[in-house]
Design a protein around this ligand. Structure first.
Ligand code: ADP
Length: 543
């Protein structure tokens, strides 16, 4: 083999911040702070403080491979931790503060976090979990000395700004193997204990490169990007890496995720691009509709994490002029796997036909391969009709879980996603359902996403979730749980009539119940397991 003669430089996360600070030094990072005010500085400033933090961690004795946890909203200090922890060779473990305290302590112990950085608003939570976290040597409050509590039960409480002030920022990032661990995220653990996904520097940098591509997120130095998706939800879908390498401005919403706050910050900072789960956009759209507001700079958003309802996509495109990129992925995939978009041959199609394509979960990103298989593992054709279990592989897809939890997860070198999908001849993938959410009726499968999308297209429906309820004859039948828009009247019969002609008769929900709200998990997704629990003994009229 004749070897190439290019420089052999490892793909390390620190090089992204170095690049941004050198080549886009004045690009801004604006943060709505937990303190209540807005903070702004540049990539140049960010790098300097990240290096001070790296020095501080070194002084505290954190060594390569050790885990440092964060419990924080999206903001500049969290970004500094992203680069300082991984850049210094340690492993950043982002934790979802919305988890139950018991689960928080479980993953903190499982990860063996040595230090934990937290927003000061989480002080009571830290006081509650600290006695149960066996490995944490010190708790670092993300704030200045004025935020330090006069009295606390937290042992070894340290002040972030004091730690930074004690350091010069004269630091050189270490150079090491690009396959070294960089960050750790736990899956939400809807079934059993959460499992850790351990990303490497190489996987993170490759994912960042690929996700910025025009067919994917299309981020450029002319954008102002607001990651609404939390930095504890699969590293905010890689935006803390893909945005700096693109040189775009970053705008962090902090803890203020309600429609009004997001709208006002977007307008003030001229945000052009954002990313989040559907439930977040629901709040923003409702606020804009109620107050008759339009966006003046916001042009593009990626929506994923759960299926983007077509009604939401239509509203954003038609009423607000915002392009919607439907994205699909998972914690085990860093997370991006596919994104929606049109091919040139689609441009001449009528709008309704184009929408059907945009509503699919999309086309694979270079770096991700996928296939669908039947129950026997036989590969199914890409005909847009055959649906089966979706498997993926690629350099930013997990090969196993942290500490070997769950054993061998790969099937013949492929990662089973747990999703059921079809793929069309152009390579566009569409999810029918999560395997565990599919309704099994008389030996046939009913996909719940389709039924939910139809329900949410009714003008009086705000949110809908479909679950299987046990049935003496059919095993399971669909029950639709619906939240009406405020002030809207809608009966069971009216909603069921709205399904006429849209699905096969046997797919029609057997019943509709109206609820005030749907249970939503830590990452903003509807918790169908909770709903199934709640309606376990529900008596369907047909039963
Ligand atoms: P968890 O599995 O713990 O909820 P993830 O964020 O990793 O956390 O969830 C990944 C799953 O979310 C996917 O396997 C898929 O079922 C669902 N998902 C993500 N994006 C989409 C999408 N655009 N459409 C439908 N389902 C999606």
């Amino acid at each position: 083999m004749l070897m190439g003669q290019m420089m052999d430089q490892p793909l390390l996360i620190s090089t992204i911040l170095d690049f941004a600070a050198r080549h886009y030094a004045r690009s801004e990072i604006v943060s709505q702070r937990v303190e209540g005010d807005v903070h702004r500085y540049t990539f140049h400033d960010c790098r300097r403080r990240a290096m001070q933090l790296a020095q501080a961690l070194q002084a505290l004795g954190v060594s390569a491979g050790e885990r440092v946890g964060t419990l924080a909203w999206n903001g500049y200090r969290h970004l500094e931790a992203y680069y300082a922890v991984s850049g210094s060779g340690a492993v950043l473990h982002t934790i979802n503060p919305r988890l139950h305290p018991e689960q928080l302590a479980y993953i903190c112990n499982h990860a063996e976090d040595q230090y934990l950085l937290f927003d000061f608003c989480f002080l009571p939570l830290i006081e509650a979990i600290a006695p149960h976290c066996r490995t944490v040597k010190g708790w670092i409050l993300l704030g200045g000395p004025e935020r330090m509590p006069a009295a606390t039960t937290i042992p070894h409480l340290l002040c972030y700004e004091d730690l930074l002030d004690a350091q010069s920022g004269d630091y050189v990032w270490p150079v090491f193997d690009e396959n070294a661990a960089a960050t750790l995220c736990y899956t939400s653990g809807t079934t059993g204990n959460p499992k850790g996904v351990l990303y490497s520097h190489r996987s993170t940098v490759l994912h960042a490169y690929a996700s910025a591509l025009p067919n994917v997120l299309n981020v450029s130095s002319r954008d102002a990007v607001m990651p609404v998706v939390p930095m504890f939800h699969v590293n905010a879908w890689g935006l803390p890496y893909s945005v700096p390498l693109s040189g775009a401005k970053m705008v962090f919403p902090g803890p203020a995720l309600d429609g009004k706050s997001v709208y006002e910050l977007m307008e003030k900072e001229r945000v052009t691009f954002s990313a989040g789960v559907p439930t977040v956009w629901l709040g923003l759209i409702n606020y804009c509709v109620q107050n008759q507001l339009k966006f003046t700079s916001f042009r593009r958003t990626v929506i994923g994490g759960s299926a983007c309802p077509p009604a939401m996509m239509n509203t954003l495109i038609d009423d607000f002029g915002v392009e919607v990129i439907h994205g699909w992925g998972m914690t085990e995939m860093s997370p991006l796997g596919t994104t929606g978009g049109l091919l040139s041959k689609h441009l001449a199609l009528p709008k309704a036909e184009q929408r059907k394509i945009l509503q699919k979960q999309g086309h694979a990103i270079y770096g991700v391969d996928m296939k669908i298989v039947d129950e026997l593992g036989k590969e199914l054709p890409w005909d847009g009709a055959s649906s089966g279990s979706l498997l993926v592989k690629g350099p930013w897809i997990a090969a196993s879980y942290f500490k070997g939890e769950g054993g061998d997860v790969l099937e013949d070198g492929w990662f089973p996603t747990g999703d059921v999908a079809s793929i069309d001849p152009d390579g566009f993938m569409q999810i029918t359902d999560r395997a565990k959410d599919v309704i099994k009726s008389g030996g046939e499968w009913i996909g719940t996403i389709d039924l939910e999308n139809i329900a949410m297209a009714h003008p009086a429906v705000m949110q809908a979730a479909c679950i299987g309820v046990s049935h003496p004859k059919w095993d399971e039948r669909p029950l639709l749980v619906v939240v009406r828009k405020p002030g809207q009247d809608l009966s069971r019969e009216q909603l069921l009539a709205h399904f006429d002609g849209k699905v096969a008769k046997w797919w029609l929900p057997d019943d509709v119940v109206f609820a005030d709200a749907l249970p939503v998990g830590g990452t903003g997704k509807v918790q169908k397991n909770k709903l199934r629990e709640q309606y376990r003994d529900y008596q369907l009229p047909s039963a």
